[in-house]
Design a binder for this molecule. Structure first.
Ligand SMILES: [Zn+2]
Length: 139
């Protein structure tokens, strides 16, 4: 019934299209005029085949291991591991123990260095394949 009316009233009158943009106005910024057609400079960033290889965790980086279990990559099984650490007395341990003996006059403190991780060499092993990963010597 009212379809014709709706058509008449619902549809807005067609707007006139905006004026199509003519050629862009001459650049007011003379500092950087666009190059004329035909003189397009190819971009200088040609794709290069430079292969940037991020340093893989190849092996053991010196000083990477810490006094405790350290996350690293096992060179044997190539897995990301947290090392298992065995603490073994080293010469430093014995020296400190002897020094304590001398200073204390007895051997009361001799055992102390053997109980201190900082006085022991930390041997890192892979918990996965039990391979020896490296040694941390406290300094
Ligand atoms: Zn391993």
């Amino acid at each position: 019934m009212d379809a014709t009316m709706e058509n008449k009233m619902g549809l807005p009158p067609p707007y006139e299209q905006a004026h199509p943009n003519p050629a862009p106005p001459p650049s007011y910024f003379g500092s950087n005029p666009p190059p004329p057609p035909g003189m397009v400079i190819p971009p200088a960033t040609a794709p290069r085949t430079t292969v940037i290889t991020s340093p893989p965790s190849s092996g053991l980086a010196p000083g990477k291991l810490g006094p405790g279990p350290t996350g690293t990559t096992c060179v044997t099984c190539n897995k990301s591991i947290v090392t298992r650490v065995d603490y073994v007395p080293n010469n430093r341990t014995h020296i400190i123990s002897a020094a304590l003996c001398v200073l204390a006059g007895c051997c009361c403190g001799c055992f102390v260095p053997y109980c201190m991780r900082s006085c022991k060499t930390a041997n890192h092993y892979c918990p996965n394949c039990q391979a020896f990963v490296g040694t941390y010597i406290p300094s």
